[in-house]
Design a binder for this molecule. Structure first.
Ligand code: ATP
Ligand code: MG
Length: 425
């Protein structure tokens, strides 16, 4: 029996790797333009980083973490999200002393033991941004801007829906909580088991329930919007004004909460139409209380995560056409040896050059050139070597010309480059 990958863990094959590279490259360029720098933290952390940093009564910590004891008996966890680990690193290295506000990004795998389905894996990937050290509403808006700007490069903007909400703060949230608890108690018979349990330990999270029955009941529940204090309301207003100035369309969703305990004030989700139950492509918010939960000084922060697999689902499925500048079809040992010199030279010049690793017939090599999507094909066999020339075939027009072997690589570079610049016009 052949071995297979672990359930919910997926191989990323070359075709998909290409699409991911494109996402990563786009994100890196956008981060560079906004002065956001990369941080890479370990995939494994002490369990308490997440237990404290995410909150014990969350789906993640209660039932989704990959936790185990190592050979020394220490409890370790594969990171289910990025923020807690990044903040741990910022505190450990006192990075907050190096700049008034840290603007950080990271990308990589996250691990959650969930039921695998379309857009939901056990190893999935995120692009994360954290702005640490600023309470400014503009920081919130910039973080939303980054999520929107990256995602919008890969789908029609009409497919996107940005939802904004405020979760209030430790000042105003208790008032809401009191009324919400009362409401949940009065309606408990109509709530699912999970929500009945959540009502007791983390009542805000009932809004996150995906059960339709619960959703219907909760439409009548008191929402934080009606309880938030003037400071929180002012903050929210400024975030929304900044989004308008950035030209980013949004709607307010008073029922929007996040799965994590540490969120405060701004919370948002960017949804893609047509992704079904896994519609959230990016999500985030403000987490001012988190650093003290990790024993650090009180440092405000705001961040977001883009789910790369969900973004891939949003992107058009069409594969990128393959493109190779030149295919060298060499036949016979003398020509094939000579071809290796050209191959190295041309590749070092930045051209995409392919070559058959086997000494196959001309017909077979031409077929390979076609398949590779070669723009030009250079043909050299024994006869050409004797006459010190080679044939260059334009694979689009099928026109052929004979080139002298003297200066051949330089001529090829010219040909390809001038062809490309014509193509760009
Ligand atoms: P959901 O409600 O879909 O479970 P969540 O609230 O648990 O999402 P976050 O913790 O906010 O998600 O993670 C941010 C983003 O990471 C999500 O919006 C989604 O795009 C992506 N994501 C989360 N969990 C998974 C997963 N198991 N597989 C693939 N992507 C995921
Ligand atoms: Mg989840």
């Amino acid at each position: 029996m052949t071995l297979s990958a672990v359930k919910g863990f997926k191989d990323i094959l070359p075709e998909e790797s290409k699409r991911r590279q494109k996402i990563e490259e786009t994100a890196r360029n956008i981060f560079a333009s906004c002065g956001v720098e990369e941080i890479r933290t370990p995939i494994l952390e002490k369990t308490e980083v997440f237990a404290r940093g995410i909150g014990e009564h969350t789906d993640i910590v209660e039932k989704e973490m990959y936790t185990f004891q190592d050979r020394n008996g220490q409890y370790l966890t594969l990171r289910p999200e990025a923020t807690a680990g990044i903040l741990r690193a910022v505190l450990e290295h006192k990075l907050y002393n190096t700049a008034p506000v840290l603007k950080l990004f990271t990308m990589g795998p996250m691990f959650r033991h969930e039921r695998p389905q379309k857009g939901r894996l056990r190893q999935f990937h995120q692009i994360n941004v954290e702005y640490i050290g600023s309470s400014s509403p503009i920081a919130d808006a910039e973080v939303v801007f980054l999520a929107y700007e990256i995602v919008r490069q890969f789908t029609d903007e009409e497919n996107l829906l940005l939802e904004m909400n405020s979760l209030g703060c430790p000042e105003c949230r208790p008032l809401h909580r009191k009324d919400l608890l009362l409401f949940l108690e009065n309606n408990k018979d109509d709530l699912c088991e999970d929500c009945q349990r959540r009502s007791k330990v983390n009542p805000l999270r009932v809004f996150d329930c995906k059960n339709e029955g619960c959703q219907a009941v909760l439409k009548l529940a008191p929402v934080i919007k009606h309880y938030i204090c003037p400071e929180c309301s002012n903050h929210m207003g400024k975030v929304l004004d900044a989004l308008e100035a950035f030209g980013i369309p949004f709607v307010q969703n008073p029922y929007l909460v996040r799965g994590l305990d540490y969120y405060k004030r701004t919370t948002f989700e960017l949804k893609g139409r047509g992704l079904g139950a896994q519609s959230t492509v990016a999500a985030g918010g403000r987490y001012d209380g988190l650093s003290t939960l990790l024993d650090g000084p009180d440092i405000p922060g705001v961040g977001m995560a883009i789910g790369v697999e969900r973004l891939l689902l949003l992107m058009e499925e069409q594969a990128e056409p393959k493109s190779v500048d030149l295919f060298i079809a060499a036949l016979g040992s003398e020509a094939r040896t000579e071809a290796l010199y050209w191959l190295a030279y041309l590749r070092r010049q930045g051209l995409k050059v392919e070559y058959s690793l086997e000494d196959k017939s001309l017909k077979a090599q031409m077929k390979q050139a076609d398949k590779a999507g070669a723009r030009f094909c250079l043909i050299v066999g024994e006869r050409e070597m004797d006459e010190e020339e080679a044939i260059l075939r334009d694979m689009n027009t099928k026109a052929q010309e004979t080139l002298d072997l003297d200066d051949l690589p330089e001529i090829l570079v010219e040909k390809v480059k001038s062809q490309k610049s014509q193509g760009d016009e």
